[in-house]
Ligand binder design. Structure first.
Ligand code: ATP
Length: 238
């Protein structure tokens, strides 16, 4: 269980996140939606350990407080981030991208086994294992970014805008994958501008506005968020 309490992020005089609180259990998808600049990425980065200063509040995974720990220790405690724009290493092969994620592990045979297991799970990555990751399509790169995060066997996966730049059909595939991860018992925190799609898959949706959570709806009521966005029921976001 990820618990976030009173999390704030400031960049100098700019207050990006203002005391937000939420939780995400294993086997649950919680989405944080909001407009550009609402503070979504800042919140995720703060939780994952990607910000060096300006962060306050409490973040725990299964009761262990994480906010003072470096990112790699947070990963070891079960928290993994799939960053915005995927951040894959384009000139390395697909396999090397996964190997980089296991570089610090001492149990090399187990690390190799974990990579093999991921290749089984993501056949497209197995098929392209020896090719440069930069030649993968956007959807395949997103799969690689998710596979890379899964290597650490997280109990909570944080994803920043996985739908960014992808065609609707490819977004469907990525969201189907998130649904699978939920069924595997992983807790998923999904940051999205694509509010409608994210809310459709999520167990709960939080609306972030200017750094504050201004609405929270469970799955049966996420349609209510449309009102906040001014979307008509038939508006399709791309
Ligand atoms: P987007 O969808 O555009 O990524 P977001 O909801 O993820 O938006 P953030 O990127 O977290 O929002 O930005 C929140 C606020 O913090 C914005 O006002 C932004 O300009 C500011 N901000 C973000 N990163 C920095 C930074 N490194 N230095 C200064 N201000 C920043």
């Amino acid at each position: 269980m990820l618990t976030v309490e009173n999390l704030s992020v400031t960049y100098g005089p700019v207050a990006a996140v203002r005391g937000i609180s939420f939780s995400c259990a294993e086997g649950e998808i919680v989405t944080i939606v909001g407009a550009n600049g609402a503070g979504k990425s800042s919140a995720l980065l703060a939780i994952a350990g990607g910000l060096r200063s300006g962060v306050s509040g409490t973040v725990t995974v299964n009761g262990a407080a994480l906010l003072t720990l470096p990112p790699e220790t947070r990963v070891a405690r079960g928290l993994a981030l799939v960053p915005e724009r995927r951040r894959i290493l384009a000139s390395l092969t697909v396999r090397e991208n996964l190997q980089v994620a296991t570089a610090s592990r001492k149990d090399k045979p187990a690390a190799h086994r974990d990579i093999r297991d991921l290749m089984d799970r993501f056949p497209i990555l197995a098929a392209r294992a020896s090719g440069p990751a930069g030649l993968l399509s956007g959807g395949e790169q997103q799969q690689l970014a998710i596979a890379r995060a899964l290597i650490a066997k997280p109990s909570i996966l944080l994803l920043d805008e996985p739908s960014l730049g992808l065609a609707p059909k490819v977004i469907d595939e990525i969201f189907a994958l998130l649904d699978e991860l939920r069924r595997d018992g992983i807790g998923v925190v999904l940051v999205e501008q694509n509010a409608r799609r994210a809310a459709a898959i999520a167990d709960r949706a939080l609306l972030l506005r200017q750094g504050s959570i201004t609405a929270e709806e469970d799955h049966d009521h996420v349609g209510a968020l449309d009102a906040y966005f001014g979307l008509s029921p038939h508006t399709e976001e791309s």
